[in-house]
Design a protein around this ligand. Structure first.
Ligand code: PLP
Length: 322
């Protein structure tokens, strides 16, 4: 049977301009698969129109969950966040939470990837030719299961990365809500070049009041006097961030969300970054100065280890091939 048929027939309006390949086995998807327009295609065929407002206006949202050693981590939290993002942007997709979760797992099972990204994207789509009425757009849901893209190498996750406080201001949350995961990355793109120019691995951006926010693909934490602290607002509510806060609570480690500035961060005992794309990443130097003794701190590494342990057990993770 054709993969992608059945489940979605009559549910998702098929784009007749895009042929859905007839696949009689799942081998072509071993190294990754995409679902769009109601069918599964190899990653190389996952394309959108240049007239899609996701492309021309960054009118899109996305989410990335991950598979580690063939187990999916916190899938429901990612799907719930994606559903909130869709609602925030008035996007409509032909799935509810459970339906999307099943589609994601089905796609994951088609691959043979041990470590992978599960990416969901929804774009505005395009209005009929000649119209600017965004209400007439058919929103475009795309799902990909693809090889994991690490934000930090195995060595960096063990030894730490270096950082700089970027001179670019983070886009204010009053303009673009950072809790809706988005591709408005031009502040981050500037910060990535700036970090490279200064010989640092990553840049951390501050907000209008000089408060520390986040960076290109990660949340920021500091440890000061035994307390774990991360910015309370003006950032994506990262699933890794939430997991770390949960772990702190379970382990009796004092943790708080509150605003702090760059000077306070520079003075921290430990700093670490959190992201689906790397877990917990120690930051050992900031703007050329050592944080603590310039080595990954004990609280950071304890949280790092506990985070990865949760990848082996329910309810935090589940097997792909259940
Ligand atoms: N902040 C931003 C801007 C991000 O893009 C990401 C992840 O891509 C994060 C934080 C970390 O979020 P999560 O832990 O859900 O991956």
């Amino acid at each position: 049977p054709r993969i992608g048929a059945g489940l979605l027939e009559g549910v998702f309006p098929m784009d007749s301009s895009r042929p859905v390949p007839d696949r009689s086995d799942e081998k072509p998807f071993e190294r990754g698969v995409a679902w769009l327009d109601g069918g599964f295609v190899p990653l190389s065929e996952a394309k959108v129109s240049i007239f899609d407002h996701g492309f021309t206006r960054s009118d899109a949202t996305y989410d990335v969950a991950h598979i580690y050693r063939r187990r999916v981590f916190q899938l429901d939290r990612h799907v719930a966040r994606f559903m909130r993002s869709l609602e925030g942007l008035r996007f409509k997709i032909p799935f509810d939470h459970q339906g999307l979760r099943e589609l994601l797992l089905r796609a994951a099972r088609m691959t043979a990837l041990d470590d992978a990204w599960i990416m969901m994207i929804c774009t505005r789509g395009r209005p009929p030719l000649g119209s600017r009425d965004i209400r007439q757009c058919r929103n475009n849901l795309i799902v990909c299961v693809m090889p994991f893209i690490w934000l930090a190498s195995a060595e960096q996750r063990r030894e730490g990365v270096t950082g700089t406080i970027g001179s670019t201001m983070r886009i204010p949350p009053q303009a673009v809500d950072p809790r809706i995961k988005n591709f408005h990355w031009l502040d981050f793109v500037r910060s990535i070049f700036e970090a490279q120019d200064r010989g640092a691995d990553i840049a951390i951006l501050c907000g209008q009041q000089g408060e520390v926010t986040e960076g290109a693909g990660f949340n920021v934490f500091m440890v000061k006097g035994g307390e774990v602290v991360t910015p309370a607002a003006g950032v994506l509510e990262g699933i890794t961030r939430a997991t770390i806060l949960d772990i702190c609570e379970a382990e009796g480690i004092a943790a708080q969300t509150r605003q702090f500035d760059a000077a306070t961060l520079r003075d921290a005992d430990e700093i670490f970054l959190t992201t689906t794309s790397a877990g917990v990443v120690p930051l050992v130097r900031l703007d050329g100065r050592a944080i603590g003794d310039g080595r990954p701190g004990p609280t950071t590494m304890r949280l790092h280890d506990l985070y990865w342990q949760r990848h082996e057990t329910a309810p935090w993770s589940e097997p792909v091939d259940a």
